[in-house]
Design a protein around this ligand. Structure first.
Ligand code: 4G1
Length: 234
């Protein structure tokens, strides 16, 4: 019997100089299962392949001087446009899809929060651009990027880890990616406690090296347990 369940899935194209960095985190556990189930279609594109000349140059010195290198706009836009064209090509015959929502990870972007992850999860196609060196030419951001996003205030070597953080946060919002139990837990969690902090967790054994589980959690009184947890997140 055909189960009556719609099958929303998300396509994510990642443009990066280091596609190998994504291998571990996205091929294990929940994300790998989601990819195998066809809920997540993630493709990596090596920016080096779009580089110029014999050495596939992707960066150049900054106008105005200063340290470091900047990623060239011609290389980046060539890559962006090819990836979009290829994606639209693959859609022929199927449902018409808008172009991707293009995100560039940068310390100048707005900070990623849960509400943002939930909004981004509603898109059906994301293009994630990972910067390196000092970043990318501003004209790419002005002309091709829909959203500049940061994961926090610290110095990183590139946008790959931020991209993985976003993929993880977004993927678990896609219906079917989490198991029934996991998503039920998530729902009751957000209903009862809002999107605040988590409460402390305990599991067996009840007494671990003299450290006891708070008695209220063993009481079986769901009202009181809820009350205790609520108090812990304030
Ligand atoms: C100035 C941090 C530079 C860094 C000030 C969070 C950081 C992308 C992020 C940098 C990056 C601060 C992020 C810095 C990031 C181009 C490639 C920029 C690496 C780059 C606070 C290096 N969230 N950093 N510059 O880290 O991409 O998304």
């Amino acid at each position: 019997m055909a189960e009556h369940r719609y099958n929303p899935s998300m396509r994510i194209d990642v443009l990066t100089l280091f596609p190998g960095m994504f291998e571990g985190p996205l091929t294990e556990s929940i994300l790998q299962r989601a990819r195998e189930q066809g809920l997540l279609d993630i493709r990596f594109h090596d920016l080096r392949q779009f580089g110029l000349g014999k050495y596939h140059q992707v960066d150049d010195a900054p106008y105005g001087g200063g340290a470091g290198m900047v990623m060239r706009p011609d290389v980046l836009v060539q890559a962006i446009e090819e990836v979009i064209a290829e994606g639209l090509e693959g859609q022929k015959g199927k449902k018409k899809m808008k172009g991707p929502w293009c995100i560039y990870f940068s310390p100048r972007g707005k900070k990623l929060k849960q509400a943002k992850a939930e909004r981004v999860a509603k898109k059906e196609w994301l293009l994630l651009l990972c910067g390196h060196y000092e970043g990318i030419d501003q004209r790419v951001i002005d002309g091709w990027i829909d959203e500049e996003m940061s994961i926090g205030d610290y110095v990183l070597t590139g946008g790959e880890l931020p991209a993985m953080v976003l993929i993880d946060a977004v993927a678990r919002q896609i219906p079917g990616v989490l198991g029934k139990d996991e998503s039920a837990e998530q729902e009751s969690f957000s209903k009862a406690l809002g999107r605040k902090k988590e409460y402390p967790h305990y599991t067996r054994p009840e007494d671990f090296r003299g450290m006891k589980v708070p008695p209220v959690l063993l009481s079986g009184n769901h009202k009181e347990i809820e009350c205790w947890r609520q108090a812990q997140v304030q």
